[in-house]
Design a protein around this ligand. Sequence first.
Ligand code: DGL
Length: 278
Amino acid sequence: MQRPAPIGVFDSGYGGLTVLKEIAGQLPQYDYLYLGDNARSPYGNRSFDTVYHNTLQCVKWFFDQGCSLVILACNTASAKALRTIQQNDLPEIAPDKRVLGVIRPTAEVIGTFSETKNVGILATQGTVNSDSYPMEIAKFFPGLKIYQEACPMWVPLVENNEQNSHGADFFVKKNLHNIFEKGENIDVILLACTHYPLLQEKIEEYLPVGVKLISQGEIVAKSLADYLNRHPEIENRCSKNSQRVFYTTDSTGDFDNHAAIFYGQPVQSRHIDLESVN
Ligand code: DGL
């Protein structure tokens, strides 16, 4: 019997903190171990192989810390690495551990928000190119029309604390204009990148009246609660002392300054060098 350990939450950088905030809010009793791979972010424009390799290395690090459950709180990693990790790696390296992503839980419910049955997805180039959202959503809402728009400048804007700048106005306006040109009946916009909730105010300024803006944090948190209810064998291996521990692969000073904005509370991180994990 393994000792209970925290639930691992992973992102390329800070974005996953917007998800952790919601998860820890809904399920405060659990311990959480967060890892931001800031030294190698952004993932959004990297190749499949790079995202897969980096994500797998981080997942192995969580397993080394004893975690039985890891959430990829990053759409790009969920799109490009999750399936291969679940199908090829887990059976070999850790058959009794689980890795979950953010795309499937979102796909399961997104259709319920739309009346026109036209949904717009804003995401990184990698997530858009993978076509993961249209494919997953079609399994649950076959009639739903999906329009995608890659917003490659949004993560750098957020990472550089430029979410209220004129630059943010320019790019938010541009990408929203593009997606509504593709689908004029869109009545739901999904922020399919965990960094984008930081741009929410800016997006709302340019969003046509009546269009709903959906972030994933709450959806993922609900889905995790449901998963833990249905899988007592995993739930029993999640420790429950309400502790949160944060790691970054880059500078802790930068992480702490930035992380507080994403997490909504002060954060004190530790540094981890992943070179020894293979
Ligand atoms: N936060 C990640 C996501 O949800 C992307 C950030 C990045 O490009 O690294 O897709």
